[in-house]
Design a protein around this ligand. Structure first.
Ligand code: A3P
Length: 336
């Protein structure tokens, strides 16, 4: 089992443990911040529309910096992509545990995920680059693991057309995503946000990473065009069969579970380590986060499919389903 110091020799390294002595802060992000005021805004949700997507205002300079200065490697980079509230935390844990399992066996009592929130293991690119610290990624050994909420069409070509870089996308039923997002926004910034107002905006495409149908379609089409570089996962399917999805993820990442690992229970151990119940109940996941200005527990709420029924009337659900179905028509993708 590698400890934090030895971890420089293995990868992916938990981001919070990585050394970054050589990182140089990029002050150009201050110029990018100057461009924000010209973008369409939704002050209520503190969103700006950047290149067709509604994103958190503070992410805009980060997205610009990623587009201009992200330096990919020839091979080994893995980008986890998602709209917010679709299982990013879970995917971070699963991808980290799967990729790092030789250095950190999933059943080991000192596994990094037992002492670090998944967001402290896998960096969020928008925030990192918005702070001018994209160069911290340079210090990481390959394979590097990182995540973004950027829509597919706004990814720099060095990410979207790089045959040596893998993208794993996760999405979920937009109704559950919206309910999860509404709870998250209420807990972290706007306790008085009404669900009906939030819902109305989302039906018009205005929510974090909205329009949600565009976000999902971009990655869906990319996964169809290039299945070897873009893996499209669905939260509900992962809940239904987490073991099969962990195997699929490992195969896609080029590190399938061997027969010996299957026999020793490695897949089940990864799934158990990353399960909602396990992560939610760890002390570290109730504490403050180093990577976000709120507590870890906001990322663990119910961990189920179908909570939308507790917040939407059947009419609201039918309306959103119809909008999404229409937008996805002909794509082969459906949430019905
Ligand atoms: P709910 O709010 O519906 O419970 P994200 O990580 O993208 O912010 O998504 C958060 C959603 O994923 C929340 O959904 C959260 O409870 C759920 N979640 C977090 N960790 C999970 C895990 N290990 N397994 C399943 N769901 C998880």
């Amino acid at each position: 089992m590698a400890n934090a110091k030895e971890a420089v020799a293995v990868s992916p390294v938990p981001f919070a443990d990585a050394g970054d002595a050589d990182a140089v802060q990029d002050h150009r992000v201050k110029e990018y911040a100057g461009a924000i005021s010209a973008l369409p805004s939704n002050p209520k949700l503190r969103l700006r529309c950047y290149q067709g997507t509604w994103v958190r205002e503070r992410w805009v300079p980060g997205i610009m910096a990623i587009q201009r200065s992200f330096t990919p490697r020839r091979s080994g980079d893995v980008v986890l992509a998602s709209p917010p509230k679709c299982g990013t935390t879970w995917l971070k844990a699963l991808a980290f545990a799967t990729m790092a399992r030789d250095a950190y066996p999933p059943a080991h009592p000192d596994h990094p995920l037992l002492r670090l929130n998944p967001h402290d293991c896998v960096p969020f690119m928008e925030d990192l680059f918005a702070a001018g610290w994209g160069s911290k990624l340079e210090a990481l050994p390959s394979p590097r693991l990182m995540n973004t909420h950027i829509q597919y069409s706004a990814l720099p070509a060095c990410i979207s057309t790089n045959p040596g870089l893998k993208i794993v996308y996760i999405c979920r039923d937009p109704k559950d995503m919206l309910v999860s997002m509404w709870h998250f926004i209420r807990k972290t910034s706007q306790p008085d946000l009404s669900f009906s107002d939030f819902f109305e905006g989302a039906c018009d495409g205005v929510c974090v990473s909205g329009p949600i149908w565009d976000h999902v379609l971009g990655y869906w089409n990319a996964s169809k065009a290039s299945p070897e570089t873009v893996l499209f996962l669905r939260y509900e399917e992962m809940l239904r069969d987490p073991v099969a999805n962990a195997r699929k993820l490992a195969r896609f990442l080029g590190h399938p579970f061997s027969a010996a690992e299957e026999d020793s229970g490695a897949v089940t151990n990864v799934v158990k380590l990353c399960s909602f119940e396990k992560l939610k109940n760890l002390d570290v996941n109730r504490a403050a986060l180093s990577s976000f200005p709120f507590r870890s527990d906001v990322f663990f709420r119910r961990g189920e499919a179908g909570d939308w029924a507790n917040h939407m009337t059947p009419e609201m659900a039918r309306r959103l389903d119809a909008i999404v179905q229409e937008k996805l028509r002909g794509s082969g993708l459906s949430f019905a």
